[in-house]
Design a binder for this molecule. Sequence first.
Ligand code: COA
Ligand code: NAP
Length: 281
Amino acid sequence: MTIIQDFLPDTLFAGKTVFVTGGGSGINLGVARNFAALGANVAICGRTQEKLDAAAGELRELNAHVAGSRVLPVAADVRDYAAMESALARTRDEVGAVDVMVAGAAGNFLCPAEQLSSNGFRTVVEIDLLGAFHASRVAFEQLKSTRGVLIYITAPQSFVPQAFQVHVGAAKAGIDMLMKNLALEWGPHGIRANGISPGPIAGTEGMKRLSNEQADQQAKAAIPLRGYGSVNDIGQAAVFLASPLATYITGTVLSVDGGLSLIGSALWNEQVRQMAGKPRG
Ligand code: COA
Ligand code: NAP
């Protein structure tokens, strides 16, 4: 399930606490798994307690090799500041002060800009961007005490405009700038902040919403490394950014996308339109 323990000591994060927003599924759960496999305590939040509880069972098996390791599944909507405050307070009290905050909760759907409602735009900006600010702001005191790390899960849409993704592009571009500002302001406290920009990741909710099986074949052929990534590819990158191997890295976005962002915007957008079943007329 994870291979990172074959390459790094499985106690690298023993005694450290990693909080992952949206950690109950997909890429974010993949990130949580990779930290747990290296012995971290993990707290995950999302809106659905049952989903979090199922993910927590898996994570407990992964960090069980470290005596006293913990996993906390705590329901909280990232748009709700008070709920996030209470989730972080529980994490500090029951698990330990946060060393790594991963802001990964997001919402996405395809919608042509001229059909998108004000509330549709607001909803995605609030989950992705406001949610990332809330995660950072509520974790600040804990991260200051641990000289911790912020990691934001952004997307190629933040710097390559993509059809039917005006809401996501705006939200993710905002996250990239939020990350850079916090890297600048909080660097003197020893807090590092970086983003990871995943390309298309196989088997995720995000890709289910953006593509279909037939279009996937064409899309894979268009990517320089010829294929989709895995949730472990993103988890491994997150571990690297949080590890002692990256102590002088802050304010950057690491693309983990098989070279997708090297493709011209126009060419990729023809592909996106095909995937969405809406070729240019
Ligand atoms: N096309 C256009 N507009 C859409 C839409 C779609 N497919 N899905 C939702 N919206 C609009 C709604 O119509 C509503 O706007 P309105 O009040 O003007 O009608 C607005 O978005 C909010 O919808 P709602 O369902 O109330 O939001 P929510 O907070 O319950 O859910 C979403 C958030 C819409 C992002 C939902 O898809 C979600 O929960 N996503 C999480 C999982 C996910 O997206 N994973 C992929 C991550 S990359
Ligand atoms: P996912 O499984 O749907 O992950 C999103 C998670 O966020 C879910 O667990 C969801 O759980 C949670 N969430 C949604 N709204 C929330 C809210 N208001 N408060 C708290 N949690 C909330 O989708 P994914 O595809 O793996 O995406 C994960 C991240 O990767 C996102 O940031 C996405 O933008 C990014 N990304 C994905 C891809 C890809 O190929 N999939 C590519 C680039 C970037 P609940 O619904 O239970 O709350």
